[in-house]
Design a binder for this molecule. Structure first.
Ligand code: HEC
Length: 222
């Protein structure tokens, strides 16, 4: 048993993590995961000033910074695909003049969020940054939301009794863990035990590999 675990674990870690962490995402944004993002006001397509907090309060929202280039594909596709997950607000911030987006001509707001656009941020109803990705296609936006939602479901079913956020007497706080550990390190500290090719046991809960991926994304944003 001990030996099996010894040689299988590195391969397992590589397999699970390679799908998520193609490049160190940490470097893309100066904003910490698990913290409130700075509020801002930018003009919309009609020139009306719009405030992030007003638009996004109480909603799960994706905030997509495209930088100087206009979003290549129609992001209303993303909004449509996201419908089954409940209402997710998709907001685009761009320096390219374009219709339904928020216009950040000088790029000052963009620079507060990302060093290398495009970057998509997932923000919860309290304005807390939960996850981000460098991809900007509708599919990537959908995947960001789906993964996080799936990870949240797994966390609520298997982990929350020991890792509740505020009130519960915690055994171990996970808040901000994604800022100090890579996804690989987070997984190691969950003491995963491989069960064959497809399944992984963590704290006696059995997960499929895809679920572990999603769980890591969720935990990183706590
Ligand atoms: C029975 C209680 C319990 C459950 C259930 C549990 N954990 Fe933990 N977890 C702990 C304790 C206690 C620690 C700290 C001691 C240790 O490292 O073993 C910990 C540590 C961790 C750490 C390392 C934190 C750090 O800062 O180093 C991570 C990550 C983690 N748990 C994630 C999870 C995830 C994800 C789940 C759900 C799949 C989970 N835990 C389920 C009790 C639990």
């Amino acid at each position: 048993m001990g030996m099996t675990r010894g040689w299988m674990l590195p391969a397992l870690l590589a397999a699970v993590v390679s799908a998520t962490a193609a490049e160190p995402e940490e470097k893309r944004t100066p904003l910490p995961l698990g913290e409130r993002v700075p509020d801002f006001t930018l003009p919309d397509g009609a020139g009306r000033p719009r405030q992030l907090r007003d638009l996004a309060e109480g909603k799960l929202a994706v905030l997509l910074f495209t930088g100087g280039s206009a979003p290549g594909e129609n992001l209303s596709d993303a909004a449509i695909k996201l419908e089954p997950l409940g209402s997710v607000l998709v907001m685009i911030v761009t320096a390219a003049r374009r219709f339904p987006a928020l216009y950040d001509g000088g790029g000052a707001v963009t620079r507060r969020f990302t060093t290398r656009p495009p970057t998509a941020f997932l923000i919860d109803g309290d304005g807390i940054l939960r996850a981000f990705t460098d991809a900007s296609s509708p599919d990537a936006v959908v995947s960001l939301v789906e993964q996080w939602t799936k990870g949240r479901r797994a966390f609520l079913s298997a982990c929350i009794r020991c890792h509740e956020d505020e009130s519960y007497p915690r055994l171990k706080a996970l808040h901000g863990i994604g800022n100090r550990l890579t996804k690989e390190q987070i997984l190691e500290r969950m003491f995963p035990i491989p069960l064959g090719q497809e399944h992984i046991s963590i704290r006696s809960h059995v997960f499929r590999r895809g679920e572990v991926d999603a769980l890591l994304r969720y935990v990183a944003g706590l």
